[in-house]
Design a binder for this molecule. Structure first.
Ligand code: FES
Length: 111
């Protein structure tokens, strides 16, 4: 079972924007879609390491800011002709707060 931990308010992230959370497993980009869904992905494009947190959010996808690869934020898979996979992390929103998989945070505090 996944244990979740509060990382801040949904309102801290603009719609179609992102926030970076630093963890022991690297930087995680937490995205908010136009309709207030939240996704957490590794903040590193599998192509050449572009910061996905600076990418463009459209629907439930994000476009890498460097060479425009598009990733499905549900699965982390590259779309179209591009091949690649970004790690995704469990998230949920409860009463306006963003919760993410606690194993990430715990790992970062222990480090
Ligand atoms: S680094 Fe992301 S598309 Fe090239």
């Amino acid at each position: 079972m996944t244990i979740f931990v509060d990382i801040g308010s949904l309102d801290d992230i603009p719609r179609q924007g992102a926030r970076v959370v630093r963890t022991a497993q690297g930087c995680v980009a937490v995205f908010r879609t136009a309709d207030d869904q939240v996704f957490a992905l590794e903040d590193r494009c599998p192509h050449k390491g572009g910061p996905l947190s600076e990418g463009i959010v459209h629907g439930t996808s994000v476009t890498c800011p460097l060479h425009n690869w598009v990733f499905d934020m549900n699965s982390g898979a590259a779309q179209g002709a591009d091949e690649g996979q970004v790690r995704t992390y469990a998230t949920k929103v409860q009463q306006g707060r963003i919760l993410i998989d606690a194993t990430l945070i715990r790992a970062s505090r222990a480090a």
